[in-house]
Design a protein around this ligand. Structure first.
Ligand SMILES: [Cu+2]
Length: 229
């Protein structure tokens, strides 16, 4: 989802599932008791909001236990751009998340709630598939500015974002374009948080982008940014 600061976002959730669900938008400032309430099977909830701040914001099911609902994949990112466009760049959205799978055999691996509580994930991924950007690298050209909108859905671990062989000349801890941080090697995006990382591709090569907490990077949160001549 993409919008700009001050746009009106209209949202409706209809629950076609079995157990109650809800949706909590971190980009919204609304009464959560009303807007983010759980709706049972067959019912809906609708609300509108106007994002006040730019950034990469999480939205997720907030029905108890939240760990189970987020750990089962009920999340996404909404990118809120500032009204005044940022400098031209190749923009990418990365959502880091963790997968906790049961050992039961079958066509679909169910979640394991005890494993979620133990915080030992089987996979940690960017955009839902382990190592997918090893298999299909992100490709840009020398001279491109790359902007990663990185949102960490968790549910539990940080994303210590780093690009091997590069440095972020611009990083927004909060809302772009105010007060960038310069010359960053690695910065941790907390679960439930989002940040914006920029680098200038002035050197050709194959640059791994990783979760530098390598116990998690090695479980799939790793990929290649290929800078072609
Ligand atoms: Cu849910």
């Amino acid at each position: 989802m993409h919008c700009r600061v001050g746009d009106t976002v209209e949202f409706t959730l209809t629950n076609d599932g079995v157990v109650p669900h809800s949706m909590d938008f971190h980009a919204a400032q609304v009464d959560p008791k009303t807007a983010f309430r759980s709706v049972p099977k067959g019912q809906s909830v609708a609300f509108t909001f106007k994002p006040k701040w730019a950034g990469a914001f999480m939205y997720h099911c907030g029905t108890a236990p939240v760990l189970m609902h987020i750990g089962s994949g009920m999340y996404g990112a909404i990118i809120v751009s500032p009204r005044e466009p940022l400098p031209v760049a190749k923009e990418f959205v990365l959502v880091q998340s963790e997968f906790y799978l049961s050992d039961a055999a079958g066509p679909v691996r169910a979640f394991d709630y005890q494993k979620m509580l133990s915080t030992l994930p089987d996979f940690v991924t960017f955009n839902g598939r382990p190592n997918q950007y090893i298999d299909a690298p992100i490709r840009v050209k020398v001279g491109d500015r790359v902007r990663f909108w990185l949102m960490n859905a968790g549910p539990t671990h940080p994303c210590n974002f780093h690009v091997v062989g590069e440095q972020f000349d611009t990083m927004y801890l909060g809302a772009p374009p105010a007060t960038p941080i310069r010359g960053v090697q690695t910065w941790d995006v907390p679960p439930g948080g989002g940040m914006c990382f920029e680098l200038l591709c002035d050197v050709p090569g194959e640059f791994p982008f990783v979760n530098h907490g390598f116990g998690h990077g090695q479980k799939g949160a790793i990929g290649f940014l290929n800078v072609e001549p």
